[in-house]
Design a protein around this ligand. Structure first.
Ligand code: ADP
Ligand code: MG
Length: 326
């Protein structure tokens, strides 16, 4: 990696640099360098495809992170969409709109982070597009993955009586963002959740392969908004137990000083945990470490979502989920 301030790499030199970093891959017949990549398909598998934008000033600020972590995050949040269907990520496509004030070294750091994250899951950068941007850095990532035919876990499929589970813990990333926005430096555990989220690929695959879940998605816009998509698509409602929300140690500590922070766990977003429904009531015990899943409620017949305090009172969250046009 060249830690320089130069911005002289031309489009094709940058593409060639990318191409040199990317090895060959067993699932691609042809990768970077031609008009299209070629990926043979196996019988009995479904191809999953998802695309996301990652825009400076909206999704990230360069002063909060470093380019390597930004690259990791751009890959991770896309891979999380494949995890959310229970699939295996395979090929990523990276569109870069590069402003003039990002040096070659910074661009290469971003790409190194992107490739490191991609490689962790056995996926490969299979193509993309590169051009200049008159504004900030614009990143568009498309990811493809596969799942055994018919086993993808969708938003639709939750039934009355199913238990509702969430993996890991909620609210850490949103709390880190809130502290960064206030000019404070969050606890390292929290800030890691924000800068380098972990897509739950392994857990997602286990749930789909063993057919343990009826509906699933990843929590990107906040638990309430994302679980709301499952409920709407499935035509059901939910009763959640406030006391059962999984919260990390640093989050609980912050909550002692400011109980209102609970809304970050409910609606903060960027957790990249999996929320899913299952007819199994003892699923948490069937999931092996390092994964944890916690039952947070049950699916009900009455549409909508209610959050119950231990004393029976209903809680009203003051935050909406993240909406780009709000
Ligand atoms: P085209 O004119 O067909 O769009 P390009 O010159 O843009 O071709 O790209 C040449 C090759 O390099 C293609 O295989 C493309 O997928 C790949 N490529 C371009 N930009 C990127 C990028 N940012 N990341 C990965 N591959 C890229
Ligand atoms: Mg092109």
């Amino acid at each position: 990696m060249v830690a320089n301030k130069k911005t002289g790499l031309q489009e094709f030199e940058l593409i060639r640099w990318i191409q040199r970093q990317v090895g060959s891959s067993s699932h691609l017949t042809l990768g970077i360098g031609d008009d299209c990549s070629i990926q043979p398909q196996h019988a009995g598998q479904d191809l999953l495809t998802s695309t996301d934008l990652f825009i400076e000033g909206i999704h990230f600020k360069r002063e909060w992170s470093n380019w390597y972590d930004l690259g990791r995050k751009a890959a991770a949040v896309n891979i999380s969409d494949i995890a959310a269907m229970g699939g295996t990520p395979q090929s990523l496509y990276l569109g870069i709109g590069r402003p003039k004030d990002i040096s070659d070294g910074e661009m290469e750091e971003f790409l190194s982070g992107f490739l490191a994250e991609t490689g962790k899951y056995g996926a490969v950068l299979a193509g993309g597009d590169t051009c200049g941007s008159p504004g900030g850095l614009m990143i568009s990532v498309t990811v493809q993955g596969t799942v055994t035919a018919g086993e993808a876990l969708c938003r639709q499929g939750a039934s009355y009586g199913d238990a509702i589970y969430v993996s890991g813990s909620l609210g850490d990333s949103a709390l880190a963002l809130q502290l960064l926005q206030c000019g404070q430096q969050p606890d390292s555990g929290l800030v890691e959740r924000f800068h380098t989220p972990t897509p739950q690929v392994d857990l997602g695959q286990k749930l789909s392969k063993r057919q343990l879940a009826t509906a699933m998605l990843d929590v990107s816009d906040g638990l309430l908004a994302d679980l709301g998509h499952i409920l709407t698509a499935s035509g059901v409602g939910a009763e959640l137990k406030m006391a059962d929300l999984p919260l990390s140690q640093p989050f609980q500590k912050a909550l002692q000083d400011d109980p209102g922070l609970i809304d970050l766990a409910l609606a903060g977003g960027e957790d990249y945990e999996l929320v899913f429904t299952s007819p199994l009531k003892d699923l948490a015990a069937q999931i092996d470490p390092p994964h944890t899943v916690t039952q947070i409620g049950v699916v009900s017949q009455e549409p909508g979502l209610r959050i119950h305090h231990p004393d029976g009172e209903l809680y009203r969250c003051q935050r909406g989920g993240f909406d780009h046009f709000a």
